[in-house]
Design a protein around this ligand. Structure first.
Ligand SMILES: [Zn+2]
Length: 308
């Protein structure tokens, strides 16, 4: 029988754990977990304890159902130090700096724990789930922020400092909106659900949820349509730069906001074509994830298998 792993996708607002065997999630637990709020309300030490306790409880529940687990993989929203596997910092989980999640969880569970950036884990998941892949893949995760992951020749490229493909923090508007990373004008302030909410608020003076703005756009409300179109343009502009640097033709779009892709697609494709160099036009293949938001879980699990 093939090995069974646990893959965990930690979000700023949602927590998802899957028991993974043969690239399939055979048991899953998901619940809202406001780790962003926890990090704001609690001290760094308390927040770290809350997060590791939540991870441990969920792992215990999974092991009650599947006692023979080989290793645990976690996709975490932050910059991960490649050597120590500490969370260097997290723009969406404030105050968490140089945090060690791996050691306490390994101690409590007795299992080996792999930690990776959440978008990188999803990129790896998309790669292992794509049998047609030629080994190279860019993943763009659109959610409350914008994450990116890069697989080159079958290997995840996380970078020397753990910030490779931090596409959400590419500066797309000099002096623009303030970002959680401390800079201004980052892509994720425009091409994420938060970005769409802000664009809509700037244009109308009204604050609606991204879901409500998407609904309004489907009802042909012009301002709501513009908010999504603008997100698509910014994303394409950033991707065009990345494609010129890494020259990868397979691009997968995932994350919760990809459900609204049809609202962004036209401006995205137009801007991508405009900004790519002629040699690349028509050669960058962009597709939506088919993994039903499980790429992060499966990728984290497979990274655990690689390490364990
Ligand atoms: Zn930023």
């Amino acid at each position: 029988m093939s090995d069974i792993f646990i893959g965990i996708d930690v979000g700023g607002t949602n927590f998802r754990l899957g028991v993974v065997q043969d690239l399939r999630v055979i048991w899953e637990k998901r619940f809202p977990a406001d780790f962003s709020g926890v990090c704001r309300r609690q001290s760094a030490a308390e927040a770290l304890e809350t997060i590791t306790a939540t991870l441990n409880d969920a792992v215990s529940e999974a092991r009650a159902a599947y006692p023979v687990i080989r290793a645990i993989g976690i996709g975490f929203p932050g910059f991960i130090a490649p050597s120590t596997k500490h969370v260097i910092s997290s723009p969406n989980l404030p105050h968490l700096s140089n945090a060690d999640i791996v050691t306490p969880l390994e101690r409590r569970t007795g299992l080996s724990v792999a930690l990776e950036n959440d978008a990188s884990a999803a990129a790896y998941g998309e790669f292992v789930l794509s049998p047609q892949s030629n080994g190279d893949l860019i993943y763009l995760g659109l959610g409350t922020g914008v994450g990116g992951g890069l697989v080159l020749q079958g290997k995840l490229h996380g970078g020397v400092h753990g910030v490779a493909m931090e596409i959400g923090h590419l500066t797309v508007e000099r002096g623009g909106r303030l970002c959680g990373c401390g800079n201004r004008g980052c892509l994720e302030q425009y091409a994420s659900t938060n970005g769409v909410v802000q664009t809509y608020a700037e244009l109308t003076g009204k604050t609606l949820s991204a879901y409500d703005i998407a609904q309004a756009a489907q009802q042909k409300e012009n301002v709501a349509i513009s908010a999504f179109e603008r997100a698509g343009e910014y994303l394409a502009g950033a991707l065009a730069h990345i494609a010129k640097v890494v020259d990868v033709s397979d691009v997968v779009i995932g994350g919760g906001m990809s459900a609204s892709w049809s609202l962004m697609q036209v401006t995205f494709e137009r801007r991508l074509s405009e900004d790519l160099i002629p040699a690349l036009r028509g050669k960058v293949k962009v597709r939506l994830s088919q993994a039903q938001d499980q790429a992060g879980i499966i990728g984290a699990a497979m990274l655990a298998g690689r390490q364990g």
